[in-house]
Ligand binder design. Structure first.
Ligand code: DGY
Length: 319
């Protein structure tokens, strides 16, 4: 009889921590657990540790004793909150511990799109570097440019810190509410979405996925961006209308894009967005360093154990 099911592979220390407080079983199969396998494992489970598996009415019906689901991620768009609320099942996430790591990766995307790092890496390795570098290989600066952050929360702050103090950038942001910390510490200027899109050299979309943010960036938004500007997508792929982005790139209406997330993941290698050389693509790994993924798994385990003890877990969602 298990009380907790660990559906994702986690470091041994994390498993040991859970084992000190709860009886548990875990997924031991090769690769990720399938939906059908997950549903079979839940009938006596009170606590569930997952990484973005969908928690909806179907899963809840297969888990009649479930009390808490702990997500090893900050995004929790996989939770169908009204279904969880109806069943009084708590959900938790792992904020803060990944802020700097994700902000580092976003900076990597900004630098690699602006300075064409991936394209030029291929240029050297393919043996094309057989003369002095001429202007057709030049990029654009990141330092002293204007960064527009859409969705100015914890990761936005970490990005703004790098932009302000490392790269002397001017920072604009658009958010549901003002972010006084960003305004005070990074001189970030709050503005309308339209103003941000019209002025920013780098537009970074960080908004969480909610029903209101599906296709947040569409043709109208891309058409407002400067022709010299770069678009970076780093929260959830569903926040971008990928066809509209593809059109903007094909027609040369923006300089390029850096993508860590896609509507469908893993993205299909034939996806049109992967065919542009001015688009840098990554496999959704914003938080993927060994230490940060460890910290996220440990935080998720702490949330789970606290919930299993009947306490209020520190990172209940919605926040
Ligand atoms: C998160 O934690 O939400 C990141 O996107 C990694 O999945």
């Amino acid at each position: 009889m298990s009380e907790v099911f660990i559906a994702r592979k986690v470091p041994q220390e994390v498993e040991d921590f859970i084992g000190k407080h709860c009886r548990y079983t875990k997924w031991e199969g090769a690769g990720e657990i399938s939906r059908s396998e997950l549903l079979k494992r839940l009938w006596d489970v009170k606590g569930l540790l997952i990484n973005q598996e969908k928690i909806d009415r179907e899963l809840l019906a297969a888990a009649p004793k479930l009390k808490i689901v702990s997500n090893i991620s900050v995004g929790y768009n996989n939770f169908v909150l009204e279904d969880m609320k109806a069943r009084k099942v708590l959900g938790t996430n792992t904020p803060n511990v990944l802020n700097d790591t994700v902000a580092d990766l976003i900076f990597g995307l900004m630098l690699s799109t602006a300075r064409r790092l991936c394209e030029l890496d291929r240029y050297v390795k393919d043996g094309q570097w057989n003369k002095k570098v001429t202007p057709e290989l030049f990029g654009v600066d990141v330092h002293h440019q204007t960064l527009g952050i859409i969705g100015m929360g914890r990761i936005g702050n970490a990005l703004a810190q790098r932009a302000k103090f490392g790269f002397n950038m001017n920072i604009l942001y658009h958010n549901r509410s003002r972010n006084p910390e960003a305004e005070e510490r990074f001189a970030a200027h709050y503005c309308s979405l339209e103003e941000l899109l019209r002025k920013a050299d780098f537009v970074v979309l960080l908004t969480p996925l909610t029903p209101q943010t599906v296709n947040f960036m569409g043709s109208k938004e891309f058409s407002l961006m400067k022709g010299s500007a770069v678009f970076i997508s780093a929260s959830r792929g569903e926040t971008v209308d990928e066809v509209a982005l593809e059109d903007a790139l094909r027609e040369g209406r923006i300089r390029g894009a850096g993508l860590d997330v896609y509507k469908k993941e893993p993205v299909n290698p034939d996806h049109p967005l992967l065919q542009f050389k001015n688009v840098v693509t990554l496999p959704h790994l914003g938080s993927a360093t060994t230490s940060t993924r460890f910290a996220m798994a440990m935080l998720a385990a702490e949330n789970l154990v606290r919930g299993m003890k009947g306490e209020i877990p520190p990172h209940l969602v919605p926040e």
